[in-house]
Ligand binder design. Sequence first.
Ligand SMILES: [Cu+2]
Length: 358
Amino acid sequence: MLLNPVRGALLAAACCLPCTPVLADGNHTAPARADSHAPIGVMGDHVHSAGEFMVSYRYMRMEMSGNRIGRDDVSPEFIVQNVPNRFDGPATLRVVPTEMTMEMHMLGMMYGWNDTVTLMAMLPVVANSMQHLTFQGMSGANRLGTFETSSEGIGDIGLSALFRLHDDGNQLLVGRLGLRAPTGSVDETAQVLTPMNTRPTLRMPYPMQLGSGTYAVTPALTWRRYLGAASIGAQYDGVLQLGRNDEGYTLGDQHAVGAWAAYGWAPWMSTSLRARASSRERIQGVDRRIMAPIQTANPDFQGGDRVEAGIGVNLLGVEGALRHHRLAMEMLWPFYQDLNGPQMESDYTFTVGYQYAW
Ligand SMILES: [Cu+2]
């Protein structure tokens, strides 16, 4: 539902733009190639020439289902019988998340300040939904019922500077220095089903909040090299939270390294393989208003390590009305997840993006 107004506004903006006959890929003399941008799930991978603009829209979707402790799958019954509840009430947990969908609509703008520095702004709109199973009363032996919670709104806005550290037309090294502002809400509420069969409205647990509540620094370093019709690349990217938010906690820092290989079948199309390993720390501190016998309300049951891999395709318009328009998709599946659990495990991450440069 959020998709249509966002995409509509973007297309309306894109249609008004004048088309100028310059290569909009950061290099005025190199031939256009679809793999001059990394797979769409990679951000901050490229820079622009002085005076160039780019607008982009990305849709990202992550589906999660089932739970793990470390690398082991655990059932809802196992969780309610074995995992301690850190709050008042039953000794062990009573509510188990069973499925979660995280969607993000990301509107982006890039501008080549000069041939070395490109400025980038990102506006995320986040939509989360979570399914739960509630077990009955103090014993927790029986399933009482299910409920769903959801949250949607603006996330944390990002501003960054990208630096062309090295570019010989073949090898490109781009550094990113980014800042994220706490524009996303951290006090979203929802109606829940309690083990006592009541339906109060409570502040939602950490993973359902839209922002971090803190400023964050987002460094990245990306390298790419052409090898004939193919290319290879690698990236480090991090999210380092600064300070503590008004509710009393800090999300865990995140570090990721990834690498990809792409092959250009034609100037207008490339396909890619990519793998990415990421690690996120636990939450520091606690929001005193997030208190429920559910794993997601516990700051210790957040973060972990994940390795995912998958495939992507980049399409680049090289002539006529499609020139400088890009459309790309990527799908990643996790094949290793070691979670500070119980925590929900990821099934896949899908990204589709549209970019237009002039
Ligand atoms: Cu760009």
